[in-house]
Design a protein around this ligand. Sequence first.
Ligand code: GTP
Length: 250
Amino acid sequence: MEDKVFVFTIGTAGSGKSYFTSSFSDYLDFKKIDHAIVNLDPGADFLPYEPDVDVREWITVDDVMEKYNVGPNGAQIVSADLIATKAEDILDELDLYSADYVLVDTPGQMELFTLRSSSEIIIQTFGRQNCVSVFLFDPVISQRASGFTSMVFMYSSAVMRLNIPQIPVLSKADLLPEHDVKRILTWSRDTDALYDDVSKEKGLSRDLFHLLREAGLIRPLIPVSAKTGEGMDDVYDIVQEIYYGGEDLE
Ligand code: GTP
């Protein structure tokens, strides 16, 4: 198991986690790199890929609603917590695959994973040193400087909670006009430009902004698109850099 790299896809609801997972898998197929896909979302109705290991084999939100007599929101929380109890079973199933990469699609609402202990247990079981996460910035929220800064706060909470390398990406880049993509990328690389624009909108506390900046939490984004395949090679290169010193597995 030590040889596998686990790439978690993290992001707010609807930010494109499942489609990113699917598109990254297509890219790895194209490169002929052995990989497996794990679905960790017990509430998923539809997935754009065929998971090799699916937590819904053991836990679904519908079953939890019935068994524990809870409503849909409570069932989301209970089932997201229960996935931790299946971490070893997931690893056992993954043993059947000779995969260099394991792509892990996480539950719809990011707080159900990042803020709860299930993420800690799963990362510990998989081996923290083998885990990396791709954090998806929602393109629509990121269009405004204040929205982009809010995404940085959410990214920061994932950095703090998961304690694994994070690759921040601008999701669904094909959806935005080119000048909007450019502006968002500029904010991610030039914190003065971001501070100027966010101040015009909201007057964010300078101290709070400096905290983000000084902690290195405003990081250059990689634009990606599951629709066009843009950026998959860049994400792959960064993961390779982190785990294999840039060596290509192709
Ligand atoms: P939940 O797990 O349900 O919260 O969603 P998610 O974060 O997994 O998002 P998902 O991948 O299901 O994508 C949500 C919607 O965005 C779908 O309707 C996709 O068709 C669309 N989408 C995802 N990625 C892209 C992309 O790169 N480009 C475009 N244009 N649409 C995308």
